[in-house]
Design a protein around this ligand. Structure first.
Ligand code: PRP
Length: 237
């Protein structure tokens, strides 16, 4: 298997014969890293439709528990920040996880991406202030503010644009309004944040949705069990 992080979602190959429900339940619990926030909100009903009840995760939210056993599915769920999911999975601390394509592409880790869940949909765009369009060909010092410096670097390289990249951690939309940057690269969902700040989209860089990601070791050791779960999810995506 050689599924690069930037590749489109592709099936995780099954080395063992087709797994049965009993196989899927056998052995130690599989560890699943889930990102808190919007993706988790959408993932819980999806898993429920697939017959995997993550009810204890919902209950544990109020209690701030971050490691949650799901005995009915022989799973252990880790609740982590979205940008940390790939590190847990690549490091083998979680067998598989759910991460946005934005996070996976930015980090470029060595993970399989067997299934796009179609949740957490948004777009990564370049935007600039209305009425202050950037002239890309002018010999001026351009600054791009973003949470995604690597994706931005690749985009600029593809376009042949020389610019400084300013890494921020949130509220990206204000950067061009207060003189920190000329353009931003950020996620757009409803478009309301751009509208509120009088920014216009220049172009879309990436269509984003959440994907299952699987670590190399887990794919080797537990590929049949993970595939059995993925088949159930694929049926309801
Ligand atoms: C995200 C994104 C935009 C906003 C887009 O920010 O970075 O700012 O949502 O959503 P919209 O198109 O529906 O308005 P988030 O809420 O994660 O906060 P952040 O700015 O602190 O990253």
């Amino acid at each position: 298997m050689n599924v690069k992080p930037s590749a489109r979602a592709t099936p995780l190959k099954v080395r063992a014969p087709a797994a049965t429900e009993a196989d899927a339940m056998g052995g130690r619990p599989l560890t699943l890293a889930l990102p808190r926030g919007r993706i988790l909100d959408d993932a819980l009903p999806l898993f429920r439709r697939a017959g995997i009840d993550l009810g204890p995760v919902e209950k544990a939210r109020a209690g701030r528990r971050l490691i949650i056993p799901i005995e009915s599915a022989n799973l252990r769920v880790l609740i982590v920040r979205d940008i940390d999911v790939p590190a847990y999975v690549e490091g083998g601390a979680a067998d598989f996880g759910i991460a946005g394509r934005d996070v996976l592409e930015e980090q470029g880790r060595d993970l399989y991406e067997p299934l796009d869940l179609g949740i957490g949909r948004c777009r990564m765009v370049v935007a600039e202030p209305e009425g202050r369009a950037v002239d890309e060909s002018a010999q001026v010092h351009l600054r791009y503010a973003t949470k995604f410096p690597e994706i931005t670097r690749r985009h600029l390289q593809d376009r042949g644009i020389v610019a400084e990249i300013i890494k921020l951690y949130g509220s990206i939309e204000i950067a061009p309004l207060v003189g920190l940057a000329d353009r931003i690269v950020d996620l757009v969902s409803s478009g309301e944040t751009l509208r509120q700040h009088h920014l216009r989209e220049v172009e879309t860089i990436l269509q984003v949705s959440a994907r299952i990601c699987v670590g190399r070791a887990a794919a080797k050791l537990h590929g049949d069990r993970i595939d059995a779960l993925i088949r159930r999810l694929r049926a309801v995506v």
